[in-house]
Design a protein around this ligand. Structure first.
Ligand SMILES: [Zn+2]
Length: 132
């Protein structure tokens, strides 16, 4: 008997579920990337910072705190972008949708809210708690 690749892979999710989540991931990825581009159109944060510093020395203190806020946003969104890209790369893997810690299938409802989730709610909560 010839077993198909699909049958031996035993995906955690159905094809329909994976297709829905892949679409959600792509949409979310495009939205986050757009937000990042709007914040610094065509320039890196470092280039922008250098330019601002040279433009007006009196405002240096205020600009520094503005930049800190922007940098933290960019960092958060940057991390989300990377997580979304990683999830997009994994979406066809049999293990996509399975908790990386306990191996249980993550409920589809959770993945709809957070398609890049690596862990079930229980493991994610535990990890947050131990991380402090
Ligand atoms: Zn788990």
């Amino acid at each position: 008997m010839v077993r198909t690749k699909e049958a031996t892979m035993r995906h955690a999710l159905t094809l329909e579920q994976r297709q829905a989540l892949a679409a959600a991931l792509r949409a979310r990825h495009a939205a986050v990337r757009e937000q990042l581009q709007q914040r610094s159109p065509g320039r890196s944060a470092a280039e922008q910072a250098l330019e601002e510093r040279e433009q007006d020395r009196d405002d240096t203190r205020q600009l520094a705190s503005d930049r800190e806020v922007e940098a933290s946003y960019a960092g958060l969104e940057g991390r989300e972008l990377r997580a979304l890209e990683a999830a997009l790369a994994r979406v066809d893997d049999p293990d996509y949708g399975r908790c990386v810690d306990c191996g249980k299938v993550i409920p589809f409802g959770r993945l709809q809210v957070e398609p890049q989730a690596l862990r079930c709610v229980g493991c994610a909560t535990q990890r947050e708690r131990s991380a402090g």
